[in-house]
Structure formats: structure tokens, C-alpha cells
Design a protein around this ligand. Structure first.
Ligand code: DGY
Length: 319
């Protein structure tokens, strides 16, 4: 009998067809996240679980699933899963690295340009019917070309963001747990700086690191105080890397010029205070949201889950 797989959302059609072909598939047919009680019910008889980054797969869920052999997260980040509890139960956890790198880097650039050139404000104004014509001081933003881009975390996505900066002739500085070999730094035209110097020197600070206990609130009041009043903060990584309350304060006090955010501290909640700040460009976690990438992510999930459920080592096992 085919193994039972529980999927917490609906994935793009080609992936659903393949999942149905290979497994006894139980999935969420409604366009909403499942409650914890629903996930608990769903995993009870499942051999495999396909989870989303928005599902908290905690110890209670893991312990309620006696047959579960694999948790395949439909995301590169896996901070939503209690890895220790999964390990204790001998479950394999997998993610989808690599395939969403370029798409997320594109979105990072969309935020950099949007926040610097006030695109959402300008777009709303054009639609409003209030535009009376070109004016020399209308909707002035800041330049991107030739500025300094500070990348926090020069992993796959950080590197893809750095590559794109060459087209804007920017100076790229980065900080990372480990400094890259000089050859690699040259490849990305990036020079290493400690975080405090990067914050002081950058016109755009872009975050590209995973959420871990060490990176939680890495960008706090003190870090924000180090940034230039003309600088912009961009986050397409994970919301809790920024202390959101401190960011709201910094934006309100004009301590920094603006922020481009695709992720939030308590998703899907976005504080009203933040929503009211026009210098903040806010997106609903769409970093990897291109059809091609979401299909690629689905294929990776399939490879991983099929491997584990046929007794093989999956290509993307989380350590
Ligand atoms: C991920 O995969 O971790 C991304 O945040 C999805 O957009």
C-alpha cells in the first residue's frame, strides 16, 4: 500500500498530480492555514508530512505522529520545526535550498528600488486622480546607483543579491559568521566588515541569514542607532531578526530613512503602527512567489519525501 502523506496546504497543480500518483494524499483543500488541532489530526496516521513555513511543527505535533518518518518543509528556512524533537523520534527533516535563491534575490531588489524611489506611494498617487503634472520636487527619493549595499549573511541568497548590485555599480560590503576566501570576495566584489561598521557605512542594509537563537533581534535598537539617517533596511529573510518595536520607533523618529519588509515578527500580523508608516514598503512574504520557483520547490519536496519513504537518503536533509 502506498504511504500516507499529509500536506498542510495545496501546492501548484503539477506537484499535486505527482503527489496523488505516488501517495495516499491527504491535504488541506481550503486556502487558509490549518489550526494546530487540524495538523495534530492530520499527522496521526501519516508516514510523511509536507509542512509550510507558517506551520509550527512543535514537539506536541511530532509526538502525536507515531508513523511519521519525514517532515518535508516547503521552504528553505526551517525555524518552524522543532528539530530536536524530530531527531529524538528518528524523523528526517528536509528543506528546499537552492531553487528559490534567484527569485528571492529579485524580490530583494524590488524592495530596494521600491523603498528608495517611493514606488508604492508614487503608484497610489498616479491612480488617485490627484496628479496635476510633473513637478521638480514631487516624490523625491534616493539614488540606488553607486551607493553602498551592506549584506548581512553572504550565503546563497546574499550572494545572488550581491551579483545584482554590480549592475548598479554599488560598493558591496558584507558580514557573515565566516569570512569568505579572498577569491570569493572578489567574485562578488564584496568586502568584509564587522556588523557595526557595515551598519554605519551602508546606504542599504539587506538581511540574508537564517533565524536562529543568535540572529533573533540581531537588528535591535542599538543596531538601528548605528545606521545612517539616510539608510534603508531590507528584510526578505525572517521577521524576528529585526526587533519590530525598535524598527517602528526608528522609522517614526527618522533615525533611518525607510524599510522594505517581506517578513514580519509575528506573521501574518503586521502592527498597525508599521502599516501607517509610509516610509515602510510592506509585502506579505512573497520572496519565493513565482510560479516557476514554487513548482521547483514542490519538485524538491517530492524528491525528498519519496527518498525517505523508499528508504533512501534524501538530497536535502537538514542537519
Ligand atoms: C523560505 O523558503 O524560507 C522562504 O521564506 C519562502 O518564501
Amino acid at each position: 500500500m502506498a504511504p500516507t502523506v499529509f500536506l498542510t496546504r495545496t501546492l501548484p497543480d503539477p506537484i499535486m498530480r505527482e503527489l496523488r500518483r505516488r501517495f495516499r494524499l491527504r491535504f488541506n483543500r481550503e486556502d487558509r492555514p490549518l489550526s494546530k488541532a487540524e495538523i495534530l489530526r492530520g499527522v496521526r496516521k501519516a508516514d510523511g508530512l509536507i509542512s509550510m513555513l507558517s506551520d509550527a511543527i512543535d514537539r506536541e505535533i511530532i509526538e502525536a505522529a507515531p508513523d511519521l518518518r519525514v517532515i518535508a518543509n516547503y521552504a528553505v528556512g526551517y525555524n518552524n520545526i522543532d528539530l530536536n524533537a524530530a531527531r529524538e523520534r528518528g524523523m528526517v527533516v528536509t528543506n528546499t535550498p537552492g531553487v528559490l535563491t534567484e527569485t528571492t534575490a529579485d524580490l530583494t531588489w524590488a524592495l530596494i528600488l521600491s523603498v528608495a524611489r517611493r514606488i508604492p506611494e508614487a503608484e497610489q498617487f498616479a491612480r488617485s486622480g490627484k496628479w496635476t503634472g510633473w513637478a521638480p520636487t514631487q516624490l523625491l527619493g534616493g539614488d540606488v546607483f553607486g551607493k553602498t549595499l551592506g549584506i548581512v549573511g553572504l550565503g546563497r541568497i546574499g550572494q545572488a543579491v550581491a551579483r545584482r548590485a554590480a549592475g548598479f555599480e554599488m560598493r558591496v560590503v558584507y558580514t557573515s559568521r565566516r569570512r569568505l576566501p579572498i577569491r570569493e570576495e572578489k567574485r562578488f566584489r564584496a568586502s568584509f566588515l564587522p556588523l557595526s561598521d557595515l551598519l554605519r557605512e551602508s546606504d542599504f542594509v539587506s538581511l540574508h541569514l537564517p533565524l536562529t537563537p543568535e540572529s533573533r533581534h540581531l537588528i535591535d535598537r542599538k543596531a538601528l542607532r548605528r545606521m545612517k539617517p539616510t539608510a534603508f533596511l531590507i528584510n526578505t529573510a525572517r521577521g524576528p531578526i529585526i526587533d519590530e518595536e525598535a524598527l517602528i520607533e526608528a522609522l517614526r523618529n527618522k533615525q533611518i530613512a525607510g524599510a522594505g519588509l517581506d517578513v514580519f515578527e509575528n506573521e501574518p500580523a503586521i502592527p498597525r503602527e508599521l502599516r501607517e508608516i509610509k516610509e515602510a514598503v510592506l509585502l506579505p512574504h512573497v520572496g519565493s512567489a513565482s510560479l516557476e520557483t514554487r513548482i521547483r520547490m514542490g519538485r524538491i519536496v517530492l524528491e525528498n519525501i519519496v527518498a525517505v519513504l523508499t528508504g533512501k537518503k534524501p538530497p536535502n536533509m537538514v542537519k
